[in-house]
Design a protein around this ligand. Sequence first.
Ligand SMILES: NC(=O)c1ccc[n+]([C@@H]2O[C@H](COP(=O)([O-])OP(=O)(O)OC[C@H]3O[C@@H](n4cnc5c(N)ncnc54)[C@H](O)[C@@H]3O)[C@@H](O)[C@H]2O)c1
Length: 425
Amino acid sequence: MEPYRVIVIGGGLRGRTYADIMLTMPEKFKVVGIAEPIEDRRRYFAETFDIPAENCFEDWRPLLAKGKIADVAIIATMDRDHFEPSVEAINLGYHLLLEKPISPVPAESIRVAQLAEEKGVHVLVCHVLRFTPFFVRLKQLIDDGAIGDLQSIVHSEYVGNVHQSHSFVRGNWCNSEKSSPMILQESCHDMDILQWLVGRECRYVQSFGSLSYFCEKYKPEGAADRCIDCSVRDNCPYNAIELYPAEEGWFPCAATKKIHPTKEDIDLALRESDYGRCVFSSDNNVVDHQVVNLEFEDGITVAFTMAAFNKGGREMKIMGTKGEITAKMSETTMELYSFDTKETTEVPILDAQAGDNILNGHGGGDNGIVNALYELLSGTYHGNNICNAMRSAENHIIAYAAEESRKNHQTVNMKDFRSDIYANL
Ligand SMILES: NC(=O)c1ccc[n+]([C@@H]2O[C@H](COP(=O)([O-])OP(=O)(O)OC[C@H]3O[C@@H](n4cnc5c(N)ncnc54)[C@H](O)[C@@H]3O)[C@@H](O)[C@H]2O)c1
């Protein structure tokens, strides 16, 4: 069988991640087109994937104007640039591997999902946590009744102070007007995974949170607006000169937008880009800590915390009528405590890839979703972690509702909130 042909719209860090994974499975996928305005990134695609010049573009519009030249479109532009190419690509009959969030605009997310249904194409939203051995194991334990009937979950997303400073203070997602609110941008994964684990609809949402640390109030005395000019940077954990060494990797590549950043590229980024700015005087407005309470059908409750003030990771306590599961993504086993036996069992996570950050492919989720896409397209998929785009869009609604609640200090009734979104489609 011929490999599925793929075009990439947005050849940044995420677009490249999925394409590079596909490069390791040439019998399954072949990247045949790229739309990416940054020349260095576009050239990387052209050379690495041997893409003919007639399929390399600076913008997605002329690529899609060629009609349907492949089976799958990876859409990995920025949050507010997902909707238009998605609609265009679905109308052409492309299946999508679509980065999250589908859109920061609720009606647009629903519209993409509806269109996918109308056109009969698969739209796999990149909720990569669903494809990690860690969450697959948790779901299996819950569904197998290991803790009886599920009652309550405590879930923490520890963003990590340095990750927060890079992505959500200096970087792409620092300002919700340019990208999306933190709960949608970073924690839509968590809203999605929680709904999947609970397996029921969410009924009420309540949230609090704010941006309290990464702002002028905490700017040290004598600090400059850029680390490069700062006389007190040596004592600062966010000193950009330390964080952006001239070598490959997530941070320097994001800051310089270069595939192989040189020392000169880094110097320029420190002087001119947002990544060289003081974390206490950036143009960030997204929260650095937020809590969300959820009530699902059958009275199942969830308490979720997202915070920047830690070294990073995800942890869960899942409680049922017959026991509890304690699980950390940084570990390769999880603990299962049984009320009957009063014993704790160490449950191994098969193929565990401890950690859940971008550097380890989101705990195996990046590889997992690409493999799942292949199985879906080839009719060989037998798992339960893929969902359709409507489920993803509906789970985004939990995040939109949390943001609404956080801003208004009110509990959101999901039935009413959904009705309003659907009334405005
Ligand atoms: N699934 C996950 O866990 C995960 C993790 C990080 C980011 N993301 C999401 O992935 C998306 C991309 O993030 P990223 O880190 O790759 O950002 P990025 O800035 O590295 O990549 C975006 C790319 O889109 C390109 N682009 C801009 N306009 C374009 C156009 N008109 N046509 C084609 N390309 C265009 C940019 O030049 C850039 O290279 C975001 O929406 C983000 O929320 C998801």
